[in-house]
Design a protein around this ligand. Structure first.
Ligand code: GTP
Ligand code: SPV
Ligand code: MN
Length: 601
């Protein structure tokens, strides 16, 4: 417990002092990150009703939280990039004038922590010795945020020590936006219930973050989407590296050769699952380096090297089962925070498609008595577990390497019921960048709004790119000049979600995705068989190892089909989206569009 400052850094002391004057908390608490401090915050939240302690025998060191029903996912409509000009934020971001927004934030945060404690959380994104490690300080009035940040980031005194007397930090202000009047009873999940009064604000030129009104996930754990993606994408552009919405995995062949692969899929489209999958192909092994964010730079030897800036998983709960993702279940067997799942009568948790029978009754994510027969979902579709990455049984030994790991392949994907084949290889880097720019997916419950509609989500970065996406495409293209082309990773598009005419997934997915990864490794080695199609290199019918997958011949044909008519529609949809970027769309991507049109005939 530290109620005294943990630093002599004047900039930190002045800023915390200024923010305390603005927000008027009852007290200021400097987080050390210690075990004892963590325990006392968990105990405090149990007393406040925010946390339910789970059965110590079944789920040691773990807690359940239920959020307010209005506060269950990222709020993309309320997310703003306040660059100097609207043009710099580009057509895919909400923009607001930085001067006006700064005033608005000052007004909103004025007195906003009355009756609460203001926590000061020093944190680092990336190993402390990484050349691109970034230090932030999050100020929050939510103890839930503190204990989640302790799992998700390197947090506490060691970070303050790294900062030293004059180190630079990124200020990240957060409030749930629910001050308490004297004597007013607190609620278990304080927040601003009116969606129009929530604000997730980025000032990329400072840089800083101001987040108001939500306590959930990426809205509130400011190291994650706000710092490590939106602000970092801007810093990366300036400094010559990349901040991406990607998992990082290592695939080892039966001969023991290692291939590092990064993959960008939109939210709730399978990154956590792929990152720690258990290959069904004998002899192949996957180990995990990260499940959501990759920072990539040209490393020693000119290879693109990827590093995970986080230390935990904030994973989607529903659908996680012994069959689909056994390693995630093991990772969250202890010391885990569950949010918006079902509480079982024996003090454990449950969610839909967990692969174990539902309890006869339980308490649902809204805190009501629930039975499976009710026909209602017990867990929210965007319910999540916060688990330490180190608890993943297949965590890679190099996951905290300061240099990162050299990538052999980069994958793009999304939920595409039609048109997009199971896997397709880009002809070259420019074509690969085009594939990234053309990504689309059916929307999911990870963001508030309608689920299941197709939207273009270039590089799975639509909600996370902190500047003009046309310039972001140009930045990606520039890597062909930053190193030898031959050292760049190969680029692939994958789609685990293609459906048959009767609406069923054609591909079994999960551990079976190892068959696709194996083909990718064979391509990297120059042995994998492929046919050249207008959209890229697609496996020949006999190229994928499907031993043990029975009766797949017909489905495989459909999975690998490239149908010119549907692709012509696809191209025009991509073209319409690209047109949004106007003169900032790199010429090379227009050439890619023209080339694809011509090849489709
Ligand atoms: P964020 O944490 O939101 O960025 O998402 P993520 O990309 O890590 O998503 P995650 O891996 O948690 O996937 C969530 C959903 O995708 C779950 O409903 C899974 O069941 C489903 N999913 C993942 N992999 C596969 C697959 O190979 N096939 C199918 N059909 N579904 C999958
Ligand atoms: C996502 O939505 O892509 C997530 C979850 O990874 S959150 O941290 O809430 O953004
Ligand atoms: Mn994500």
């Amino acid at each position: 417990m530290a109620e005294k400052s943990l630093t002599t850094n004047k900039a930190v002391l002045n800023w915390v002092d200024e923010m305390a004057k603005l927000c008027q908390p009852d007290k200021v608490f400097w987080c050390t990150g210690s075990e004892q401090e963590n325990q006392s915050l968990c105990d405090l939240m149990v007393r406040a009703g925010t946390f339910t302690k789970l059965n110590e025998k079944l789920r040691p060191g773990s807690y359940l939280a239920r959020s307010h029903p209005s506060d269950v996912a990222r709020v993309e409509d309320r997310t703003f990039i306040c660059s100097k000009t609207k043009e710099e934020a580009g057509p895919t971001n909400h923009w607001a004038d930085p001067t006006e927004m700064r005033q608005k934030m000052r007004a909103l945060f004025n007195d906003c922590m009355k009756g609460r404690t203001m926590y000061v959380i020093p944190f680092a994104m990336g190993p402390l010795n990484s050349p691109i490690c970034k230090v932030g300080i999050e100020i929050t009035d939510s103890p839930y945020v503190v204990v989640n940040m302790r799992i998700m980031t390197r947090m506490g005194q060691t970070v303050m020590d790294k900062l030293g007397a004059d180190g630079h930090f990124i200020p990240c202000m957060h409030s749930v936006g629910a001050p308490l009047q004297p004597g007013q009873q607190d609620t278990p999940w304080p927040c601003e219930p009116d969606p129009q009064k929530k604000y997730i604000i980025h000032f990329p030129d400072e840089p800083s973050v101001w987040s108001y009104g939500s306590g959930y996930g990426g809205n509130a754990l400011l190291g994650k989407k706000c710092l490590a993606l939106r602000l970092a994408s801007v810093m990366a552009k300036r400094e010559g590296w990349m901040a991406e919405h990607m998992l990082i995995l290592c695939l080892a062949s039966p001969a023991g050769k290692k291939y590092y692969i990064a993959a960008a899929f939109p939210s709730a489209c399978g990154k956590t699952n792929l990152a720690m999958m258990q290959p069904t192909l004998p002899g192949w092994k996957v180990s995990t380096l990260g499940d959501d964010i990759a920072w990539i730079r040209v490393g020693k030897g000119g290879r693109l090297c990827a590093m995970n800036p986080e230390t935990g998983f904030f994973g989607v709960a529903p659908g996680t089962s012994r069959k689909s993702n056994p390693h995630a279940l093991t990772a969250c067997a202890k010391n885990t925070i569950f949010t918006n799942v079902v509480l079982t009568p024996d003090g454990d948790i449950w969610w839909e498609d967990m692969g174990v029978p539902a309890p006869a009754k339980g308490i649902d994510w809204e805190g009501n008595e629930w039975t499976p027969a009710s026909g209602k979902k017990g867990a929210h579709p965007n319910s999540r577990f916060t688990a330490p990455a180190a608890q993943c049984p297949v965590i890679d030994p190099d996951w905290q390497s300061a240099e990162g790991v050299p990538l052999s392949a980069i994958l793009f994907g999304g939920r595409r019921p039609h048109t997009i084949p199971l896997v397709c290889e880009a002809f070259d880097w420019e074509h690969g960048v085009f594939m990234g720019s053309a990504c689309g997916s059916e929307t999911t419950a990870a963001a508030l709004g309608q689920s299941g509609v197709l939207r273009r989500d270039p590089f799975a970065m639509l909600p996370f790119c902190g500047y003009h996406m046309g310039d972001y495409f140009a930045h990606w293209l520039s890597f062909a000049q930053r190193t030898d082309r031959a050292k760049l990773p190969r680029v692939y598009f994958v789609n685990w979600f293609r459906k048959s005419a009767d609406g069923k997934f054609l591909w079994p997915g999960f551990g079976e995705n190892s068959r696709v990864l194996k083909w990718i490794c064979e391509r990297v080695e120059g042995t994998g068989k492929a046919q050249r199609t207008p959209i890229g290199h697609v496996p020949t019918p006999d190229a994928l190892d499907v031993t043990g997958l029975n009766g797949m011949a017909d489905d495989l044909k459909q999975l690998l089909a490239v149908d010119a008519a549907s692709w012509k529609k696809e191209v025009e949809d991509v073209a319409a989206n690209h047109a949004k970027f106007g003169r900032r769309l790199p010429k090379a991507l227009n050439e890619q569009l023209d080339g694809l049109r011509a090849r489709l005939g």
